[in-house]
Design a protein around this ligand. Sequence first.
Ligand code: BG6
Length: 511
Amino acid sequence: MKEIKSQPTIFVIYGATGDLCRRKLAPALYNLFLDGWMPDKFSIIGTGRNALTNEEFKNKLLEGINQFSRNGKASDDKWKIFSEHIFYEAADLNNSDSYQGICNQIALREKEWNEKAYVIHYLAVAPTLFPVIATNIVKNKLIEQKENARIVIEKPFGHDLESAKALNKLLNENYNEEQIYRIDHYLGKETVQNLLAFRFANAILEPLWNRNYIQHVQISVTEELGMEGRGEYYDSSGAMRDMIQNHLLQLLCLIAMEPPNNFIAMEPPNNFNAAEIHSRKVDVLHAMRKFTPEEIRNSVVRGQYAKGWLQGKEVPAYREEKGVKPGSSTETFAAVKFFIDNWRWQGVPFYVRTGKRLHQSSSLISIQFKDLPHFVFPPEAIESWQQNRLIISIQPEMSIRLQVQGKRPGLNMLLNTVDMVFDYKTTYSSYTPEAYETLLLDVMIGDQTLFMRGDQVEAAWELLMPIIHAWMKPSLSFPNYSADSWGPELAEALIAADGFHWFTLPMNGKN
Ligand code: BG6
């Protein structure tokens, strides 16, 4: 079980005046504090280029908490106590000499506590700054006591295989793997963690969880949002790098991995069991079929949104978004058919899709089982027919539903499809922590289970590089889908060619 650590802890947040800190990190740390998960002695030292006073920095964080915390606005008395732990130190993160202020801040806290602190260096900055900050932390001896220091790296981890390898090399030369926490926030989501529980705590699933019973798997993360001010970053990234390389492949690994021998380390920090899970996921990535040019033509679709109407508002085309190059060929939608060449999954297609400005925001996994070997009912008994399907809804609805056939009440034998539903809302009254709360707590207690190991990140890049290279050739057909649609028609064709269709859950009155 996770336990509150009594060790004094300092979070140094690099890029602390940015959006990530305001929207995610500050609310998560505040909620951990409210729920009693922070040690008595803790500090948050924000650092960034801007010259801010402590008060100005605190106000920025408070504004973020008030807007984005799942607990709503901070109460005056709790905020007063929490904010006493917050400090700001301006620094030019490119310049090693500029880190002296951070060293002094840490020394001051340790002097006050009369104890050495665990220092967590959180890089909430643009990826181009990862190498220089990771190096400057070492140069300034901020990570000298290895067992007391950790570094957290946000995604994207690299821009391609080569840069991911270079970053891993730099980190591994200066840090132990146990000190490196590569974040993929999807792994912290409650429903994503539940995939491990659902698969490995239920004996009835295992006999069915293979190519003998499963016909195909779909993983779909669709978003109504467009660029939201991130056009410049996104234009050099695109859906494949931004979502599939990390979040969607992680979900696929959780569905496809073999059972680990153990799950949670009894006494973190003891990452033996984290390594178990990481290794089982890497096995999946290594077994995934490599893409030839012909497979890229047949199994991969890219798209970019045109202008259109969403929720009654006119929204611009991707190429008109702020920060995006006119005539850009960056994809805002990607769909891929993957195969896993191993005993369990041989021949089972895994269809994966993600995109911006789509009709509905939802993250869904659908597992469709094979059809009956023989129908014993006459055709007139069948009102609606759907092969058994397991639908795992990650967000916004948090549920697992199994679609089965049942008899409709009445004097006739009429069959239709019904859902057996496990819904978080009706089953649990307890709160659901935000992904960042789980992940920040895990960094503090030293549990790497929900983070990515270096070889995992590289294996994911390696798999996708042939597609990324093929897509360097501009697409002549962009834009090819309108806002509020389900993406380009070719994505429908990709799955329809095999006799299936993309599954969606009716939500908020939308189908
Ligand atoms: C981020 C991507 O990692 O995940 C964004 O960079 C995307 O483009 C976001 O919108 C989706 O996360 P969530 O938690 O809102 O599904």
